[in-house]
Ligand binder design. Structure first.
Ligand code: UD1
Ligand code: CA
Length: 456
C-alpha cells in the first residue's frame, strides 16, 4: 500500500508591529528570550510543526529584521506590510510570498516565543480533518485586552471578539485568543479578503475570519492550552517575564533528564543547552548559547560557558570562563580562574589554576601549571599553540604562538617558550639562577657600617 503523503503545512509569522513599548532601536522580535531572538523561536516552532514554507511579515523600516530573516530563510521568505493596518492586513501582505498553497497554514505572532509544538500540531490536525479554522485558546486569569472566544452551547467556536468591541456579556468570557490561528491554505485568503475595519480600532482584525467562516457554514475548533505558554512580549517587563518563564521551564526539563541543580533559581540556561545524566551544576552558573555538558560532569559555582562541548566526567570551575570553540575531553579538569577559548583539551588533561589558553590543542593527560599563558595574539593575527600528550608545562610559563610542545615534554617554570620543543625534551627559557654564599650577610654588614659613619 502506498503511504498517503501528508498535506503540506505552511506558516505566516507576523512581526510588522511597531513594538513602541519596548523603547528600543532594535525591532521588538529581535530581542532575546533564552539567548535566542524571539523571531527565531517562531521560526523554530513552525519548522518543528513540519511547515515546509515560512513567510515573515515585516514593516519596511525594520531593516535589521528583514536582513535577519533573509539570512535565516532566504529573501523570498520576507513579506512587507506597507502600513500597519492590523493583523488581518498583515496576513494579506503575505499572500504573494506564500503563493497558492494547498494544505494548511498557521499564523503565528512573533512576539509570543514560548509556544510548545504539540498544540500547533493539533490545530493543523483539525484543519486537515476539515475544520475551516482552528484557534489556540486558554483560560485567562485576567482576560483584560485579549480577544474573547465566543462558543455555542455545544462548544463550537462561533467568533472571536476583540476586548474593545465586546458587549458586557462577551467581556465576561474568560476563554481567550492566544493569537495562533490555523486555516485551510487555499481558503485563508478568501476569508482574509472579506475582513473589514468596521470596529473600535479601525483595524483589519485577523480574528474576524472565524465569524466569516461560520457565516458561510464552516466550523472552527479550539485547542486549549496553558496561559503561561502564551506569554506575549510588548515591554521590557514582559521580556523579563518571558525569560523567567523560559528559565523555569528549562531548569525543570534539565532536572527531569537526571541532572542535579543545587540551586536551580541561580542557574541560567540558553534555549540549546544540553546537559547529560548525573551531571551536577552548582549554584550561580551561566550557560550562554551553544553549550553541551557530558554525563557525570561537574560545573562548579560562578562559571560562564559559551559555545563549548564538555565531555563526560569533566570538572570545571569554580570561577572558570569557557569560551566558544572549546572542546573538553572526558575526565579533563579546569580549575579556578581558568579561561579557555577555541582549544581542544584532551581527555584527562589538567588546567587547575589561573591560566589563559586560546587557539590550540592540549593533548590527553597534559598538565598545564598555574599561570600558564598561550600568547596567541600579536596585535594583528592569532596563532596556534599545540601541547602534546602527557606534556608538563611548569607554572608561570608563556607559550608564544605559533609553537608546539612535544608529547611528554617538560617546560620549566617561568619559561617564555618561542621555539618548538621536541617530544620528551626539557625546555627551560628563563634567567639561570646564581647563588653567592654569604653575600647577603656581608652586604648587610657593609650597609650598617655606612650608616654609623654617616651619624658620626
Ligand atoms: C492579538 C489578537 C487578540 C489576542 C492577542 C493575543 C487580533 C486582532 N487580536 O491582539 O485576539 O488575544 O493578540 O496576544 O489579532 N502585527 C503586524 N501588523 C499589524 C499589526 C500587528 O504584523 O498591522 C503583528 C505584531 O507585530 C504582533 C502580532 O501581529 O507580532 C500581534 O499584533 P498585536 O497588535 O500585538 O495584537 P494584540 O492587540 O496583542
Ligand atoms: Ca501583542
Amino acid at each position: 500500500m502506498q503511504p498517503t503523503a501528508k498535506p503540506p503545512r505552511s506558516a505566516i509569522i507576523l512581526a510588522a508591529g511597531k513594538g513602541t513599548r519596548m523603547q528600543s532601536d532594535l525591532p521588538k522580535v529581535l530581542h532575546q528570550v533564552g539567548g535566542r531572538p524571539m523571531i527565531d523561536w517562531s521560526i523554530a516552532l513552525a519548522e518543528a510543526a513540519g511547515c515546509g514554507k515560512l513567510v515573515v511579515v515585516c514593516s519596511p523600516e525594520q531593516e535589521t529584521l528583514i536582513a535577519h530573516v533573509a539570512e535565516r530563510l532566504g529573501a523570498e521568505a520576507v513579506a512587507i506590510q506597507a502600513e500597519q493596518l492590523g493583523t488581518g492586513d498583515a496576513v494579506k501582505a503575505a499572500k504573494t510570498a506564500i503563493g497558492s498553497t494547498a494544505g494548511s497554514t498557521i499564523v503565528l505572532y512573533a512576539d509570543t516565543p514560548l509556544i510548545p509544538v504539540g498544540p500547533i500540531d493539533e490545530a493543523f490536525g483539525m484543519i486537515e480533518g476539515g475544520a475551516a479554522t482552528a484557534v489556540l485558546g486558554f483560560e485567562a486569569r485576567e482576560p483584560g485586552a485579549y480577544g474573547r472566544l465566543v462558543v455555542d452551547a455545544k462548544g463550537a467556536l462561533l467568533r472571536i471578539v476583540e476586548a474593545r468591541d465586546c458587549s458586557a456579556e462577551e467581556l465576561a468570557v474568560t476563554t481567550c485568543n492566544s493569537g495562533v490561528i490555523a486555516a485551510d491554505g487555499t481558503r485563508l485568503f478568501d476569508l482574509v479578503d472579506r475582513i473589514t475595519n468596521d470596529n473600535a480600532k479601525g483595524e483589519y482584525y485577523l480574528t474576524d475570519i472565524v465569524g466569516i467562516a461560520a457565516a458561510a457554514g464552516g466550523r472552527s475548533g479550539v485547542v486549549f492550552c496553558e496561559e503561561d505558554q502564551f506569554q506575549g512580549v510588548n515591554s521590557r517587563d514582559q521580556l523579563a517575564e518571558a525569560n523567567a518563564a523560559f528559565q523555569r521551564r528549562k531548569r525543570s526539563e534539565i532536572m527531569g533528564a537526571g541532572v542535579t541543580l543545587e540551586a536551580p533559581e541561580t542557574v541560567f540556561f540558553s534555549f540549546d543547552t544540553r546537559v547529560g545524566r548525573d551531571a551536577i551544576i552548582e549554584p550561580h552558573v551561566v550557560f550562554a548559547p551553544g553549550v553541551t555538558v557530558g554525563a557525570r560532569a561537574t560545573v562548579k559555582s560562578f562559571c560562564y560557558l559559551e559555545g563549548a562541548e564538555l565531555g563526560e566526567g569533566v570538572s570545571v570551575g569554580p570561577f572558570a570562563r569557557v569560551r566558544p570553540g572549546t572542546k573538553i575531553g572526558d575526565g579533563a579538569r579546569l580549575g579556578n580562574f581558568v579561561e579557555v577559548k577555541n582549544v581542544e583539551v584532551g581527555p584527562g588533561a589538567k588546567l587547575n589554576h589561573l591560566t589563559y589558553v586560546g587557539d590550540g590543542k592540549i593533548g590527553a593527560g597534559a598538565n598545564i601549571g598555574a599561570g600558564t599563558i598561550f600568547c596567541n595574539y600579536n596585535g594583528f593575527e592569532k596563532h596556534r599553540t599545540d601541547v602534546g600528550e602527557g606534556a608538563f608545562i611548569g607554572s608561570n610559563s608563556a607559550l608564544v604562538a605559533p609553537v608546539r610542545i612535544g608529547d611528554g615534554a617538560y617546560v620549566g617554570s617561568g619559561s617564555v617558550v618561542t621555539e618548538d620543543v621536541p617530544d620528551g625534551a626539557l625546555a627551560v627559557a628563563r634567567g639561570r639562577q646564581v647563588v653567592r654564599p654569604g653575600w647577603a650577610v656581608s652586604f648587610a654588614e657593609g650597609k650598617r657600617k655606612q650608616e654609623k659613619g654617616g651619624d658620626g
